[in-house]
Ligand binder design. Structure first.
Ligand SMILES: [Zn+2]
Length: 122
């Protein structure tokens, strides 16, 4: 598998939840307006939203599995999926060049903000 495909799919995965959130907000606004204009549409949108919730969850899950599989294939070949540097071990691992951390499923782990230690506080 190629690294450009990984980068496109990984970027899609990173923005997936925010896009899904805004799609559901837009559907809510459309349903609210149609409640006064064309009530059957708002009833239909309730069911579309309920089944769409499962669809959004399933789509995110499938995309995560695909991205993880491609990342594991690249890491298995010794290549970092994030920066293309060679000499990376199989997951879970961290790339020495870009600092990208990859979990056991091959998904890149996000950097989490470390809370300030109590000793550093005045
Ligand atoms: Zn890297």
């Amino acid at each position: 598998m190629s690294r450009p495909l990984y980068r496109v799919l990984n970027a899609t995965l990173q923005g997936y939840t925010l896009v899904a959130f805004w799609v559901f907000i837009a559907m809510f606004l459309l349903a609210f307006v149609s409640m006064f204009v064309f009530p059957p549409l708002s009833i239909m949108l309730v069911f579309v939203g309920l089944f769409g919730l499962f669809g959004a969850w399933a789509g995110h899950r499938v995309l995560g599995l695909v991205v993880g599989r491609i990342a594991r294939l690249l890491l298995g070949g010794g290549m970092c999926p994030a920066c293309g540097e060679t000499g990376v071990e199989s997951p879970p691992c961290q790339c020495a060049a870009c600092g990208g951390r990859f979990g056991p499923e091959g998904l890149q782990m996000r950097e989490e903000a470390t809370p300030a230690s109590p000793a550093a506080m005045p």
